[in-house]
Design a protein around this ligand. Structure first.
Ligand code: NAD
Length: 287
């Protein structure tokens, strides 16, 4: 951060609460490594101050922002344009300011697919079972379908997000070649059978994260077959209960959400700067 001067452009993170975020550390380490004249700061912006926050992007000629809860949907009405990723998700996690024109993007989905691709598992042609159709599950399903996933079976417990799961499945079936279906998570027989037939199992429920760190949606290791890729979007703890159970069944391709988190940041970084984020530097900075 020593190179801040009169030419430095500001990038922000607007959410509440946000002080725990790793994004400022990630992006500032990358700016410093590449000698880019940007600074990234976190701002506690709740929904009641969001409009003023968005106006500040234009007033201060900020290059852009990241957005997190509770602002991911609410920010849409203050933006000028939505990229296809944000339009299909009806959520935004990244805003780019091009000379006063604000465009919203969602990079969480591409964070998931890029991370899996780097681990040797491109989603194209694969069958995925996805548990959880909330803020993380929605872009994971949509981006994977856009990248050629052949089938996604979405399971959500019978709460308000079951309707969101149906909305996502409709979009995927109408706009991509991926076959999407939805089941209630309470239908455990269907859940078990779907996992037995899948290439990838992704848990995007947050079960396994505090205060649910002793819980997993799957507790019987026999549900897993040895070629299954298991992905948990949780990254704190680094090894969730689900991951432990999958490993106890002899699975080797078992991942937490840290790579997805870094790659969603890398996609935003590219949108703001045009540069590839130095992933190794970022990994070291947040370790
Ligand atoms: P959310 O609240 O929007 O969605 C959670 C979903 O899981 C909902 O559909 C809900 O019905 C379901 N769910 C919640 N508790 C459940 C339970 N006990 N049993 C069954 N289903 C349950 O949350 P989100 O923003 O989608 O976040 C989900 C997880 O993904 C969190 O752990 C979050 O930290 C993680 N996440 C990771 C990344 C990343 O980059 N790795 C990005 C976003 C979110």
């Amino acid at each position: 951060m020593s190179n801040i001067d009169g030419h430095t452009f500001l990038i922000g993170l607007m959410a509440y609460p946000i002080r725990h975020s790793m994004s400022p550390t990630m992006h500032n380490a990358a700016f410093e490594k590449l000698n880019l004249n940007y600074a990234y700061l976190a701002f506690d912006i709740d929904s009641d101050r969001l409009e003023a926050g968005v106006n500040a992007i234009r007033t201060l000629d900020m290059r852009g922002i990241n957005v997190s809860m509770p602002n991911k949907q609410r920010i849409i009405k203050y933006l000028d344009k939505l990229d296809i990723s944000a339009e299909l998700n009806q959520a935004v996690n990244t805003v780019v300011n091009d000379h006063g024109v604000l465009t919203g993007y969602t990079t969480d989905g591409v964070g998931f697919t890029t991370d899996l691709k780097k681990k040797g598992h491109p989603v194209a042609g694969k069958k995925m079972v996805l548990a959880g159709a909330g803020g993380a599950g929605t872009p994971i399903a949509i981006q994977s379908a856009m990248e050629g996933l052949s089938e996604v079976k979405i399971f959500n417990r019978s709460d308000k997000n079951l309707d969101n799961a149906k909305r996502i499945a409709k979009i995927i079936n109408e706009r991509t070649d991926c076959k999407a279906s939805v089941e209630a998570l309470e239908n455990q027989a269907a859940f078990k059978a779907a996992i037995a037939d899948a290439d990838i199992y992704c848990d995007a429920t947050g079960v396994g994260m505090k205060p649910l760190e002793d819980m997993s949606l799957i507790n019987d290791p026999s549900w897993f077959h040895k070629d299954l890729v298991v992905f948990d979007t949780v990254y704190a703890p680094r090894e969730t209960k689900l991951m432990q159970i999958a490993k106890s069944a002899g699975l080797t391709e078992v991942y937490n959400g840290l790579g997805m988190m870094i790659e969603q940041g890398a996609a935003a970084f590219k949108l703001w700067t045009g540069e590839d984020m130095p992933i190794d530097v970022v990994e070291k900075a947040i370790s």
